[in-house]
Design a protein around this ligand. Structure first.
Ligand SMILES: Nc1nc2c(ncn2[C@@H]2O[C@H](COP(=O)(O)OP(=O)(O)OP(=O)(O)O)[C@@H](O)[C@H]2O)c(=O)[nH]1
Length: 203
């Protein structure tokens, strides 16, 4: 039987407890949202196949527990990840400050060439905003990675964020295999913003 996909990419979401990692994955994989908070214990994954540049990309998205006590279990999963999504909550300053620690954790535990993406989630809660978009843009620029503000609740930018990461991984892997002409250059800053309506930082 023919393979149902061209590529399988393993993605991992990390970030403080309660920032919305599980909700982002459920929004992306099942187009659903639940406001009841059930903290993740250990690790779990969901799958969705997306179409990028005519290629079927199967995304296996791993959800980690943000709680410190699960750290040894979850960091063991960094190694196999091709893309890591760092999530903070725009209404929680501490979760943004901790992004630096999560970055360090990636450096210590993930493969060197892993693609990273920064997400400021819960952007539907503008009245409770504590982290300005510009702060996160600056951080993303410093690390040379893309940045989106998302809402798992309203679904704003969720598909865009996952697709942009998948696209970057695809581009990187086709470059590596010498097929860079097969995938058009990934969204430049302008088209990235045009597509998503979000501010993007380029790596
Ligand atoms: N308003 C709003 N609430 C959200 C959003 N995303 C998640 N939440 C809420 O935030 C709480 C925590 O969400 P989770 O997805 O469980 O957070 P988590 O990062 O997986 O947490 P851990 O499993 O403990 O690491 C839940 O009550 C969600 O309903 C969002 O985009 N907007």
């Amino acid at each position: 039987m023919a393979k149902a996909y061209d590529h399988l990419f393993k993605l991992l979401l990390i970030g403080d407890s309660g920032v919305g990692k599980t909700c982002l994955i459920i929004r992306f994989a099942e187009d659903n949202f639940n406001s009841t908070y059930i903290s993740t214990i250990g690790i779990d994954f969901k799958i969705r196949t997306v179409d990028i540049e005519g290629k079927k990309i199967k995304l296996q998205v791993w959800d980690t527990a943000g709680q410190e006590r699960f750290k040894t279990i979850t960091t063991a999963y960094y190694r196999g990840a091709m893309g890591i999504i760092l999530v903070y909550d725009i209404t929680d300053e501490k979760s943004f400050e901790n992004i630096q620690n999560w970055m360090k954790s990636i450096k210590e535990n993930a493969s060197a060439g892993v693609e990273r993406l920064l997400l400021g989630n819960k952007c539907d809660m503008e009245v409770k905003r504590k982290v300005q978009r510009e702060q996160a843009e600056k951080l993303a620029r410093e690390h040379g990675i893309r940045f989106f503000e998302t809402s798992a609740k309203s679904s704003l930018n969720v598909d865009e964020a996952f697709s942009s990461l998948a696209r970057d991984i695809l581009l990187k892997s086709s470059r590596r295999s010498g097929n860079s002409n097969k995938v058009p250059p990934t969204t430049d800053l302008k088209s990235c913003e045009k597509k998503s309506g979000a501010k993007c930082s380029l790596g």
